[in-house]
Design a binder for this molecule. Structure first.
Ligand code: OXD
Ligand code: MN
Length: 598
């Protein structure tokens, strides 16, 4: 129960609509979590993993038709269709409420309705925002306890803020319904600060604090309040002098944000005193501070990471934190009951993600979008500043995608406007994080295509609006770890060696690194990147940094068409920037000119 009338009234309305047998207000305690686990072990929703090697770890197997976000069933419901924009599916709010409420009617009969008060961001931070999720899924409650600050302290904050002003918390209503893909919708009502999701138990569709609140609703709120809600990791990079610079990086889903967020530098860097601190792996809320810099918090308290590919080589920090107190979804298991996924070198799967006997050659053992849920505090690189109420100051923003061809390892945008264009024109090959074809190139502006709660044209304008007198904005960069050579193999080793690129990026921020100027931006020359100890031929390095004018002319034509597809709302400044670069590409013979050698 709550003393906040707006909250109890809403819960009562939902109870009348969904008709649960019981109502449980979550306090977020360990005892509550343990009781939920017992309940799910008894119902078969969870399977206990090997308690010797993985104490307090459990496996959940979802319905096989409910394994990823469903972008085609995700709607932004604004009174005016243009406010949602061509980047979103839109439905009229009245029609959307009627359609989804008909599915919610009586859907919790025989079930318990859980009320989850949660806070996105450190509980004492003015940058944090609260919400309440109602769900009939104990699996969702258990995950929300790991992913957010959930329970009594969040309820106290909601009541405090709500007693001063109505409508301060985000209302999220969720039911697994019948887990029927034909009766599945994820609907957002940004100007009502509300979310309704039915028919799925999958993370991004069901843990409403994450994509639905912290990105789609928050991006809308951020626009009206002058901040940014972004699909970005946050890392602190400590140099041998002990100074820490913070970098925020946007990559589409399943493109390595978690790995970059937990990067362990190569040995030579570690010996020299470099260290990387994790602040967040998926979402970043940034607000201009009194000093003109952008200050960032990670609104989440845990990681909901992609399991396949996580290994001692790619992400030792992640692997180490998954030995206890974690939930695994749709991974395979070994004969000893240890979790297993493709990419692990130890162990042999005996049951696949659907619990069937594993047969090699019959598809992957773990689902390609199988996940782990784990508290951020279990990560050894978790930053001591990750919970700072004022956030951390951002020195560089990095955009990136999965591009086999064309896009060089790294380049720097000339200024903020150019950087916004670089983010807006990001392209990436699709992954298994959403249903649909994998490996298809699509534009994914700022990695926010599935997550921006309003018209991208207005979103680009909002980004541009931060460039004002007194602002000390981060420098903007673009990276591509995925470029392939003529032999079809990745040119860059990636993972820990990405530290070499981060070093150049930070050097550009403090003026100590050189670059060559090209129409698409400033690139490191071969001598500007530290490749000592890398098995990288000069030819490969040149291929990684190559800017092919003809292909870029075609790319900029396609970027122009993309911007035009947002119609008259597209900021003119951005179109002019696109035209300027397109013209420079045609004119220049791509003769690199040196700028600022250290
Ligand atoms: C995620 C996603 O789960 O982007 O983070 O899909
Ligand atoms: Mn994500």
């Amino acid at each position: 129960m709550s003393k906040l009338e707006a909250l109890t009234r809403w819960v009562d309305d939902v109870v009348r609509l969904t008709q649960p047998d019981r109502v449980h207000w979550c306090d977020g305690s360990e005892a509550e979590y343990d009781a939920l686990v017992e309940l799910m072990l008894a119902s078969g929703d969870l399977v206990e993993l090997n308690p010797r090697t993985h104490p307090n770890c459990h496996l959940h197997r979802s319905s096989p038709s409910d394994v990823a976000r469903v972008e085609h069933l995700t709607f932004i419901c604004t009174p005016n269709k243009d406010d949602a924009g061509p980047n979103n599916n839109w439905m009229d709010p009245a029609q959307a409420h009627a359609k989804i409420d008909a599915l919610f009617a009586g859907c919790m009969q025989g079930r318990t309705l859980y009320v989850i008060p949660y806070c996105m961001g450190p509980i004492d931070s003015p940058l944090s925002r609260c919400g309440v999720e109602i769900t009939d899924s104990p699996y969702v409650v258990a995950n929300m306890r790991i992913m957010t600050r959930m329970g009594a302290p969040a309820l106290a904050r909601i009541e405090r803020e709500g007693s001063r002003r109505e409508g301060t918390f985000v209302k999220g209503l969720h039911s697994t319904g019948e887990l029927d893909p034909h009766k599945r919708y994820i609907m957002h009502f940004p100007d009502e600060l509300s979310i309704k999701s039915i028919g799925s138990g999958y993370g991004g569709n069901a843990l409403l604090g994450k994509k639905c609140h912290a990105l789609r609703i928050a991006s809308w709120q951020a626009r009206s309040e002058g901040w940014l809600a972004e699909h970005m990791l946050i890392v602190g990079i400590q140099n041998p002098q002990g100074e820490i610079s913070y970098v925020a990086a946007a990559f589409p889903s399943a493109c390595g944000k978690t790995n970059l967020a937990m990067l362990i530098p190569p040995e030579s860097y570690r010996t020299a005193g470099w260290k990387v601190w994790t602040v967040g792996d998926d979402i970043c809320w940034m607000t201009p501070g009194a000093d003109g810099r952008l200050w960032a918090i990670n609104p989440e308290a845990g990681f909901f990471g992609v399991a396949p590919g996580t290994s001692a080589k790619t992400n030792p920090n992640a692997l180490a934190m998954l030995n206890h107190d974690a939930i695994f979804t749709n991974v395979a298991i070994t004969a000893d009951g240890d979790p297993w996924w493709e990419g692990l070198t130890e162990g042999t799967p005996v049951k696949d993600w659907q619990g069937r006997d594993y047969v090699a050659g019959n598809g992957p053992a773990a689902h390609p979008n199988s996940r782990f849920t784990v508290s951020a505090r279990q990560c050894t690189s978790w930053s001591p500043h990750a919970e700072d109420a004022q956030g951390v100051p951002i020195s560089a923003i990095v955009f990136g995608g999965r591009r086999e061809h064309l896009v060089p390892l790294v380049f720097e945008a000339r200024d903020w406007t150019h950087g916004v264009l670089v983010g807006a024109s990001m392209g990436s090959e699709t992954t298994a994080a959403a249903t649909g074809a994998v490996g298809v190139l699509r534009r994914d502006s700022m990695a926010m295509k599935p997550f921006c709660g309003y018209n991208f044209a207005d979103y680009f304008a909002h980004w541009l609006s931060f460039d004002k007198p007194g602002a000390k904005l981060p420098k903007i960069f673009h990276v591509n770890w995925f470029r392939k050579g003529e032999d079809g193999k990745f040119l860059w080793p990636g993972f820990g060696d990405n530290m070499r690129v981060l070093e150049w990026i930070l050097g550009r921020c403090n003026g100590s690194e050189g670059a060559a100027e090209t129409p698409i931006g400033n690139l490191p020359r071969a001598q500007d990147l530290n490749t000592d100890g890398l098995d990288l031929t000069r030819g490969k390095l040149e291929a990684l940094l190559h800017v092919d004018a003809d292909s870029w002319i075609a790319e900029y034509e396609s970027i122009g068409e993309y911007l035009a597809s947002y119609g008259t709302r597209t900021p003119e400044v951005l179109q002019r920037e696109q035209q300027r670069i397109a013209a420079a590409l045609t004119e220049e013979q791509m003769e690199p000119q040196e700028v600022g050698t250290p």
